[in-house]
Design a protein around this ligand. Structure first.
Ligand SMILES: [Zn+2]
Length: 466
């Protein structure tokens, strides 16, 4: 006989990750509602995480994700409900690590997005792995961050030590990395399947601690064969010590071209610039992002013709400048003290209401059994439904407050970390400081958060000077 004690009851998890304070949470909660309402409150837990910019935090600095992983390892989870892949991991390595846990502990992953074309969770590691690369936000950034990637004399090149002192640039293998990079290229040469390619990528991202896309670009880069490529013409770079021969480089390209092209087509887009889309001042619809094509740069446009239009680059410049100014001028101590205290109070109040609603809910569920009259039953059912609606709203508010708390903590962190005090590092973080932006007759109308913790006169003055 099996002792009942070892039969642990597994729970379901609803995992929300939001990067803005607005629509995102509502969207994720509503999408998961059809699954949630099938469960009793004791059958699931809700985990929420405030999404930071893509690449700043590793798993060990993401306590909520860590908690989830601990629960998986303790065999406490049956199913995880998640809006989509991008909510869970920010890079290939992270995603693969979580995936392997899910497979190992037999946890089901359900994507709640209602988008019909969204690919459901695959039991096939290879397929999920390919999705992981595409969802690799860190990878998406890298193509833009390495500005001199195609330069003949880059200031930095992974795997090389650059000597600028003597006669022009000289690139010698970095003795610290030399072994690893040789291993990497040796392994690339023997790849003959998608499966092998994924295993290679997983290993390479661990070895080099570089995102998957960086590895992809590296193995396509003829610099490592000490050649530059223009069109189909290769020119030798005398000042570079090669890791592989030109023949080997060409062989690798041929072998991997089909796999790599599929992946790169998905990730090498300019959609990253679309981090804080504006609304049209005339019709109040969100403006459409038109990605750069050929000679034309990206722009935002209202779907109704003759309304607003603005260059994405010019727009982002302004948004980043304003976010930077706000961060610099915030009265951070006041903000921390007052807002956090207020949030604690509000949360207590909500929890109190939530408890009493839960009790009412339970009581009514018992009572329904005793009812016989049809009208009474339907009135009862309506009341019950109303209570459940209120519970949903309460839970949403609670989650919002919790996120808001995390949000404040993050702003305080941002304020104190000097490396963040660079404008371009605020990409993806502008939602911390700025709400909706309306474009009205070429003028930006901007909702600024925490205005009571800002010297607005000073801020406005500085912005006009800009
Ligand atoms: Zn419009």
């Amino acid at each position: 006989m099996i002792p009942t004690a070892i039969m642990t009851v597994k729970k379901d998890v609803f995992y929300y990750r939001v990067s803005t304070m607005q629509q995102s949470l509502e969207m994720q909660m509503s999408a998961s509602e059809r699954f949630r309402k099938e469960l009793a409150p004791s059958e699931y837990v809700v985990l929420t995480e405030l999404g930071y910019s893509a690449n700043k935090l590793s798993i060990d600095k993401r306590p909520v994700l860590q908690e989830l992983m601990d629960m998986i390892k303790a065999n406490q989870i049956r199913t995880i409900y998640l809006y989509d892949r991008s909510r869970l991991a920010r890079n290939f390595y992270e995603y693969m690590m979580i995936l392997s846990l899910l497979y190992q502990y037999n946890v089901e992953l359900v994507f709640t997005t209602t988008e019909s074309s969204y690919q459901t969770f695959s039991e096939d590691l290879m397929i999920e792995g390919l999705y992981a690369i595409i969802a690799d936000e860190e990878g998406r950034n890298i193509s833009r961050r390495i500005e001199d990637f195609h330069s003949l004399t880059p200031n930095k090149k992974y795997g090389y030590l650059v000597d600028k002192a003597s006669k022009g640039y000289q690139y010698g293998k970095n003795p610290m990395l030399r072994e690893d990079i040789h291993t990497l290229f040796d392994e690339v040469k023997s790849i003959n399947s998608h499966q092998a390619f994924l295993i290679f990528l997983n290993k390479a991202t661990r070895l080099t601690r570089k995102p998957a896309l960086h590895i992809l670009q590296m193995i396509q880069d003829s610099f490592y064969a000490a050649h530059s490529k223009r069109g189909e013409i290769y020119t030798v770079l005398e000042y570079v010590e090669p890791y592989i021969s030109l023949e080997e480089h060409k062989q690798i390209q041929l072998q991997l071209s089909s796999i790599i092209n599929v992946v790169l087509r998905e990730v090498n887009d300019s959609h990253l610039d679309n981090f804080h889309p504006p609304y049209c001042g005339e019709c109040e619809n969100q403006m459409e992002f038109k990605a750069a094509k050929a000679q034309k740069e990206s722009y935002y446009i209202c779907s109704k013709s003759n309304h607003e239009r603005i260059s994405v680059k010019a727009y982002n410049e302004q948004i980043l400048t304003i976010a930077m100014k706000i961060l610099t001028h915030l009265n951070i101590h006041e903000l921390e003290k007052k807002v956090l205290q207020e949030l604690v109070n509000k949360k207590d109040e909500l929890r109190f209401q939530q408890d009493s609603l839960y009790q009412q809910n339970r009581k009514m569920q018992y009572e329904v059994v005793e009812l016989t009259d049809k009208t009474e039953i339907s009135v009862h059912a309506e009341t019950l439904e109303e209570i459940q609606r209120q519970l949903f709203t309460l839970e949403k508010q609670l989650i919002e407050y919790e996120l808001y708390e995390k949000h404040i903590h993050h702003i305080v962190d941002l304020y104190h970390v000097p490396e963040f005090k660079k404008r371009k590092d605020l990409i993806g973080l502008t939602h911390f400081f700025i709400g909706n932006v309306f474009l009205d007759k070429e003028v930006l109308d901007i909702e600024i958060f925490y205005s009571s913790y800002l010297d607005m006169d000073k801020l406005v003055k500085e912005l006009y000077r800009y």
